[in-house]
Each structure stands twice: as C-alpha cells, then as structure tokens.
Design a protein around this ligand. Structure first.
Ligand SMILES: Nc1ncnc2c1ncn2[C@@H]1O[C@H](COP(=O)(O)OP(=O)(O)OP(=O)(O)O)[C@@H](O)[C@H]1O
Ligand SMILES: [Mg+2]
Length: 530
C-alpha cells in the first residue's frame, strides 16, 4: 500500500513543482501537496495544515531562502526542510545548509529526492519516539518520588490518626449526650475521618498498601456499594446501575475497587451541581485480534468493563491532559485534592486493567475501566482469601457486636466500619440471636462483652454457635482474665481482648482471628486430600 506524503513546496514554478511531485509518486508515495511562494503564504500553510516535510527552492524569487528556514524553525521546529537547487545556485544553497536545511538536491538529479525524504521522515519519527520515552521516564521518576513521599507521610499520619480518632472515640463514648463539649469533639472526629480517607488515598497512590486480591464479581461489588453511593449523591442526582448479565470474574481488591467506584461517582456528582444522573454500567467485552481496541496499548482478550457516566459539565481539552496528575484539581480549595483519579489510575493498574476517559464539554463524561477476565468463579465475599504477610488490617466480613454499653458499642462499630467491615450491633444476647437469625448471610465474627445482663458473653457464644457453628468469637472484658472457655464447650476459634481497646489492637486481633480460620480451613482440606 502506498504511503501518504504531505509536502509543502516553496516554489514559484508550477512545472518544477509538478516535477517534484512526479518524482515522489514514482518512488511509491501518494502525494498531497501545496505550493507557496511568499513568506506569508508559507506561514499560512504551516498554520493551516500539518505537513511531513518542506521542499524549498534554494533561491525562491519572492522570499529569501534563509527566511524560509527561519519561519519553519520558529513555527514547526521538528519539520525538516530539503532544498531543491538549480545547478547555478549551488553556492547559495550550501550556505543555507549551514542554517539548518537537512539536505540539498539538484533539480537535474532528482533521483536522490525519494530516499532523502524517506530518511528525514524516519529521523523525525525516531526523534519523536525518543522524546516520548524521555517524557515517560521523567514522569515515572516524578511519580516514584511523589509516591515515596506520599507513602512516608501517609504511614506516619496513619499512626497519629489512630491515636487522634481512637481517643476521640473513647472520649465521645464516655461523654454524656448532653455534654456541651460534645459538639467540639464531634468536629475533631469528623476532621479525623476526612484525614483517614485522604491518608487511604495517599497509601493507595504510593502503592504502599498491599492489595489483597480476590476473585470478584463486579456486579455484586456495585450492588453492595449502591447504598453508600446513594448517600454520597444526594437527592437531586439519580443513580442508575445497569449491570450486564453473566458477568465474568475478575481479580481485584474489593476495598480498592470500591474506592474506584466512590471516586468516580463523587467526580460525577461534582460535575452536576444542578443535578442529573449517574449511570454505573458493567459489561462483558471481548476484543478479538484484528479488531479495534478502545485503548491503544491494551492486549486483545476478554474483559469486564466498569463504566461511570454523568451528564455533567464535561472536561475541557486542556484539562483532560492533566487528569491523572497528582494534586491536579479544578475544584476550589477545600473541595478537591486532585488525588481521586490518580488513585483510580493506580488501582486500575494494580488490577492489570486499563482506563479511558471520554468527555464532551457541556454534555458529560464517561470513565471506562477494563479489567481482564479471570478464568475462575468469583468467591463468595465471605470466603477470605489467604492474606499475604503484609496484608493490612482492613476487612469486609460481617461482624456482630454485642455490648450493653451504648458508648463502647458505637466506638467498636465506628472502628470496624472505618476498616471496611459490615457491622451489626446488639445491646443484649437476645437481640444478638434475633439479629443473626434475620441477617440472611454468614456472620464471620461475633465480638461480645463478657459481663452482660440476661445472658453472659460465654453463654451467648455457646447458644450462638449452635445455629452458626462457623462464627468466630472475640470476647472483650473490663477484666484482664479470659473466661474459662472449656466450661462452655467452646473450641479454638475464639480470642480474648481486655479493655480499654485501642483501635489498632482491636483490628489486629480481628484480622488474626478471621485469617486464622482461612489457614485452618486450608489445613483441613489438605488433610482430607492426603
Ligand atoms: N466526571 C467528571 N466531569 C468533569 N470533570 C471531571 C470529572 N472527573 C474529573 N474531572 C476533572 O478532573 C479533575 C481531577 O479529578 P480528581 O478526582 O483527580 O480530583 P478532584 O475531584 O479535583 O479532587 P479529589 O478527588 O481528590 O477530591 C477534577 O478537578 C475535575 O476538573
Ligand atoms: Mg475527585
């Protein structure tokens, strides 16, 4: 197939121009050309269209050769200029070569023209590729430095926040509801929450947080996040979930993918200050070899697409260049930090996925994420995958808290909700049994106080286990001695923690207890297969 060549000729003779065209066509190019004679004509042509090369008479009658070079260099410095000289103009042409022309071809020996043009185009391509690589490398280095900084800050921040939030919670729990200082403390706590969310984004961005991958069904993830998203959106924005049938499984960290959804939906909300609709769509997508891909460097294959679409203000061309830069925001101070899309990008990459943003100003924006299919059925959320040694302290299991003191109960609940767990709360043993009976799916852990009116903690655990034998139990007590478990016939799937509880101690113990089950199950199945 012949190649399209766009040439701009600075030439006053139409015949000579034709000759040049014919020569290039002879060497196999399809030529699109324009002929200009003056400095203004040249400037206009350069501004109007993009060209592959300029071929200039070395002594054009209406503009100096040196001016031709100067104009091209100032307007399109990467565009090569080749001089075409009559035999008589040899000396002047050689002078021009010193001013930056790339080659000199004589009019009576045009055979060299084709190869010379070919070589120049190749050089331009190589130069552009080199520049692109250089830019990518620079960007990667910048991101790495920022990531290190962010990760370090986030790590220290998290430790401090555990203290600030944990002790604010403890103070709130001790304070009577009528205490006049309560509202101050509430404000501290709310700020603490925002800091935690921000720190989490920083950790993801810095990739310091080890994702705990599971085989997932995106439809259930969206379904579970729907309530939370509805709260975020407010009343004047409609939320529509358009979930594709028989969605393939993918591999990802459910907490992180929820964060993706959250960041995208918040952006969609912010783009529609006067209200509108956010649609979250999931679809199976297959890109077979030879068909066009939605994103250039994405491999062919089977994917699951997650798309978040709004009908908001859209993104301008200028802004669209910066979307994935950390701290790039068009929102007023205090409203946005510019970490949302960077975080999304980081998570998508960690999930071996690809992302594209499609936006029309004034019409709306669609963000599409493609995550490769995995040939495994999605685990039920409750089946905890074995965690790596550095897995964090978060989780998404269902936890039932039984505690008669309302303050302590809400403290525990807040700590667990912050860490991603689904929490059920009961004030008495009786209530706990009723709640669990109505819950409908597995409760992975029951945290229960030991000394309670009506039914004591160990008694409750025994009763509870009859209906829910798989549920682990964590006893908490104001006394530092654990209960006598044998007395109640409880097996090893229990642990004990003394109050006061620090959030860190609590979440560490919970993870240990929940994850020990995964190991135990693995051991059990290994034994069976032997
Ligand atoms: N759906 C959208 N519609 C219009 N503009 C968007 C949309 N999503 C992102 N943007 C633009 O991209 C910018 C960067 O988005 P990003 O989520 O990274 O940061 P942010 O929303 O400004 O702050 P943060 O998410 O950290 O609170 C936004 O400030 C906005 O200009
Ligand atoms: Mg955002």
């Amino acid at each position: 197939m012949s190649r399209l060549l766009r040439i701009l000729l600075v030439e006053s003779s139409d015949d000579d121009a034709q000759m040049v065209r014919r020569e290039l066509e002879r060497t196999g190019s399809r030529v699109v050309s324009a002929r200009v004679e003056t400095a203004n004509g040249l400037k206009e042509a350069l501004a109007r269209e993009s060209w592959d090369i300029v071929l200039s008479d070395s002594m054009p009658p209406k503009v100096a050769g040196s001016e031709v070079l100067a104009i091209v260099q100032s307007v399109r410095p990467e565009l090569p200029v080749i001089l075409i000289a009559p035999k008589a103009g040899q000396e002047a042409a050689i002078e021009l070569m010193r001013s930056g022309a790339r080659d000199l071809i004589f009019k009576d020996d045009l055979a060299r023209l084709g190869p010379a043009v070919e070589r120049e185009l190749r050089n331009v391509r190589q130069h552009l590729e080199y520049k692109k690589l250089e830019e990518q490398y620079r960007q990667a280095q910048k991101m790495e430095a920022l990531g290190q900084l962010a990760g370090g800050v986030a790590h220290d921040f998290n430790n401090l926040l555990t203290i600030i939030n944990g002790f604010s919670d403890l103070l709130l729990a001790k304070m009577s509801s009528g205490d006049s200082s309560r509202s101050f403390l509430d404000r501290i706590r709310q700020a603490g929450d925002r800091c935690s969310a921000l720190t989490r984004q920083l950790l993801i961005f810095s990739r310091k947080q080890t994702p705990s991958f599971r085989v997932l069904d995106l439809n259930s993830l969206v379904g579970e996040a729907e309530k939370m998203l509805g709260r975020v959106l407010g009343e004047n924005i409609k939320f529509v979930a358009d979930l594709g049938p028989r969605l393939r499984s993918i591999k990802g960290d459910p907490g992180q993918l929820e964060q993706v959804l959250f960041n995208l939906v918040v952006n969609a909300r912010d783009a529609m200050p006067r209200g509108g609709q956010v649609t979250v769509r999931t679809r199976n997508m297959t890109f077979a070899e030879g068909y066009s891909l939605p994103i250039a460097d994405m491999p062919y294959g089977n994917y699951v697409m997650l798309e978040v679409t709004d009908v908001g203000e859209g993104i301008s061309k200028e802004n669209s260049k910066h979307l994935f830069e950390p701290f790039y925001t068009t929102k007023e101070a205090g409203k946005g930090t510019g970490l949302g899309l960077v975080t999304v990008f980081g998570i998508v990459k960690q999930s071996s996925g690809h992302i594209a943003i499609d936006s029309k100003q004034g019409k709306g924006t669609s963000v599409r994420i493609y995550i490769p299919e995995i040939a495994q059925r999605a685990e039920h959320q409750s089946e905890t995958a074995p965690n790596g040694a550095f897995a964090d302290l978060r989780g998404n299991e269902a936890v039932l808290i039984v505690e008669d003191e309302e303050g302590v109960r809400s403290l525990l609940s807040k700590i667990l909700v912050h860490n991603g767990y689904t929490v059920l709360e009961a004030g008495t043993g009786g209530e706990a049994l009723r709640l669990a009976g109505n819950f409908g799916s597995a409760i992975h852990l029951m945290i229960t106080d030991i000394m309670m009116p009506e039914i004591s903690g160990p008694e409750l655990a025994k009763l509870f286990r009859e209906a829910h034998p798989e549920t682990k139990v964590l006893f908490i007590s104001g006394y530092s001695t654990p209960p006598n478990l044998e007395e109640y016939g409880l097996d090893g799937k229990v642990a004990f923690l003394a109050k006061p509880l620090s959030p860190l101690k609590l979440t560490t113990e919970i993870r240990k207890l929940l994850d020990s089950g995964a190991e135990a199950n693995q051991l059990a199945s290994a034994n069976i297969s032997v």
